[in-house]
Design a protein around this ligand. Structure first.
Ligand SMILES: N[C@@H](CCC(=O)N[C@@H](CS)C(=O)NCC(=O)O)C(=O)O
Length: 265
């Protein structure tokens, strides 16, 4: 397999309010690897309908179709492992040198996979549920909000403990350089302020190493390019940067509209 695929990899994504970050994990990795790809963006209302359910029967984004290998994949963790194995493997000497975001050694490879699994099962769903119960659930059910917000704090604490122990000049999860495992955490942490409903500085209280780690990654041109694509697509679909439709001032107003719509249904 060539380093950079001759035919663009198609990424299916939906734009969504709080927090909807999973597709941006994949776009971030594609950008960082400098791969040839195209975005197929569609309305969130159509996520459980054809044609998307022919691509992902589970009706969730992201999904990719890679015509270079004739493979369709969904679940962001599986897509990450596929992109790394296929396009960061160092099996050739093309434009993208291999193992820039991964390792050859058995031990580091397993550790990267461990952190990726922790992200997909330990970070994503808890942040996602916190966002749901905080912003989108028709009723305010405080025990659910507290449970997931506490879990977010706990997950941040786990990351803080690990990163703080790394050498000061190489605070990454595995082996002293940024890998796909670090990158996977960015999109959810990027939305922490809205998920927890706290100002940015408060979000990071007690977890300075996690903050520094996150800020190193969002400063990358690949992340900035990913967010520029997101901003353009949001604008085209009449959404503000945080996912609230244009013309609605606050999340509270948006929540009231969702609740009213749910009552009618
Ligand atoms: N475990 C999946 C989660 C994907 C996911 O929940 N995606 C959201 C968008 S960020 C979605 O498509 N939600 C559709 C729905 O809730 O019906 C992954 O990591 O890819």
């Amino acid at each position: 397999m060539a380093s950079n695929p001759p035919k663009p990899i198609r990424v299916w994504l939906t734009l969504f309010a709080a927090p909807g970050p999973n597709p941006w994990k994949v776009v971030f990795l594609l950008e960082e690897l400098g791969l040839n790809y195209e975005v197929k963006s569609f309305k969130f209302d159509d996520v459980k309908k054809k044609p998307f359910t022919d691509v992902n029967p589970n009706g969730r984004t992201p999904a990719i179709e890679d015509p270079n290998t004739d493979l369709t994949l969904w679940e962001s963790g599986a897509i990450f492992q596929y992109l790394i194995e296929t396009y960061d493997s160092g099996r050739d000497s093309g434009a993208v040198p291999g193992h820039r975001l991964s390792y050859v050694r058995f031990r580091e490879r397993q550790l990267c996979n461990q952190w990726l699994h922790f992200q997909t099962s330990g970070q994503g769903p808890y942040y996602g549920q916190c966002g749901w119960f905080t912003h989108l659930h028709p009723e305010k059910y405080q025990p659910a909000i507290d449970r997931y917000a506490n879990e977010i704090r706990r997950v941040l604490g786990v990351l803080e403990g690990v990163l703080a122990e790394r050498p000061a000049d190489a605070q990454w999860l595995v082996g002293g350089k940024m890998t796909f495992a670090d990158m996977a955490f960015v999109p959810y942490n990027f939305r922490l302020s809205e998920i927890l409903q706290q100002p940015w500085d408060e979000v990071w209280e007690g977890v300075p190493h996690v903050r520094a780690w996150h800020e190193r990654m969002v400063a990358l041109p690949s992340w900035k390019r990913s967010m520029a694509i997101r901003a353009r697509l949001m604008d085209e679909q009449g959404l503000q940067w945080n996912g609230v439709p244009k013309g609605i001032e606050t999340f509270t107003e948006y929540e009231q509209q969702i609740a009213a719509k749910d009552k009618k249904a």
